[in-house]
Design a protein around this ligand. Sequence first.
Ligand SMILES: [Zn+2]
Length: 509
Amino acid sequence: MTGRCFPISLRSSNLRSWWPVEFQRSRNFPPGSTRHFGSIAGKLNSLLTEGTSPAPASLTCADRIVTFRNRQLLIHSGSSGSLHLLIAETDHMRTSATLPLRAHSFRGLSIAGIVLAILTQYLVPVLPAAEADSPAAGSVTISTEFPGGNAATGQNEAGLVQIAPDLRGDNPWFYWYFAATAKQAGRVVFETPAKVAGFKNGGIGFQGPAISTDGGSTWQWMGTENVKDNTFFYDFARAGDVVRFAVTIPYVQSDLKAFLKQHADNPHLKQSELTTSRNGRSVDLLQIGTPGPNVQPVLVTARHHAAETIASYVLEGFLQEAMSDEPAGVAFREKYVLFAVPLVDTDGVAEGDQGKNRKPWDHNRDYKEGSIYPEVQAIMALGEAQNFRFALDFHCPTLVFPDHQVMYFVGAKTHPQHNFQNVTLFAERIKAGLPKTAPHGPLVWLRAEKDASPKSSRFFGFRDDTTLSATLEIPFAPPGRKTDPASCRLYGQIMLKAFVETEFLTGKE
Ligand SMILES: [Zn+2]
């Protein structure tokens, strides 16, 4: 086995005690990554030795589940004699590793024994080979001089660049987005702070950073093969290469512009200016459909919090379906007219601000007397003029908090009167339509009204004629679920269909 590259890398995540280690498959050990082994050994050893329940007396490679320290450990053999370890607590949180081991190795061994067998038979022997393959260090310059750009750069030397979210005087959050231009080809490790916005390794999500090699036109999640703890690396092939990295797949004004251009000839879509932002930018207002006596006005908004980019892709799909000639689009426009403010904090989106928890308060805490943001004032005025029956506000939650790896609705249970039932009916329809690869949910986490913070959902929920008012949270990058732009647009289309299909209780019964 000596010299063989072994398919495992490790990312630790001790956000919750029940979720102490996360394994990720990868094709190769990154050369020079010897610390991985020590880390695996340490983590697994502490996982196993801390256990109070007795390890099973024996295990074979038949499929089986054992409970170990309140975690389920699923062990089964793969077709070629591999071992699959699955450590899971809930149906949407799972972590696993596939390890090629001979079946007979495990007979009569405890879990600790198996892990030790893995460590001793496979991990240790590859160390010298991994060290021998260490790549040359590259070096880069960092830029954030483009829409959405954000990074505070610390140490920048050959092979290592320290990057942190640039908070610009606001409260801690996790958004960063930069371009790296190679001065010298080779490997560069990008290191985010060990703790970000209160979370260990909180500067990188569960699908790794987002990456674009075409100047921000197209993006993908990079995956976690090159991620270790609070760092990720990239191998620059040649000097002059420019690669953009971001904590999430960005969505800025030019993305909205491209979407609107694509639908410029659509007769159902009207574009106008909602207002002018504090920094002089035009804030877009879209209308789909035509107001009329039996047509109910619907408000959709996104980016009250500038960094919550994934929500924008879902909103695009929602708008696209609403203006389409598909049956759902036609049916939607018979019953509804839609008003959309896709980039509420247009300045924050362009300038790459965190947006969430902005000082003195953020856009979604501004629905009140003494409002300070012209966009919010304009939305409240639009509410007066249009008397919205529905208000749906698209957001993304935190990046790595385990409970936030699902789609979920929040808002006030009984404001409007039947909000809980209506959101539940809507959520059920959405769930029925979503593909299996979509994030889990949407779950309905509406609460009794205690929190009087002046949010959009509360503002519209307390108006007399409202039928539904809620915030929909779309996770950034849940493990194993798709949140790339195309998938998110599809989710949005499904949500519009679900909206049309739902028979809402109007509150007048
Ligand atoms: Zn938000």
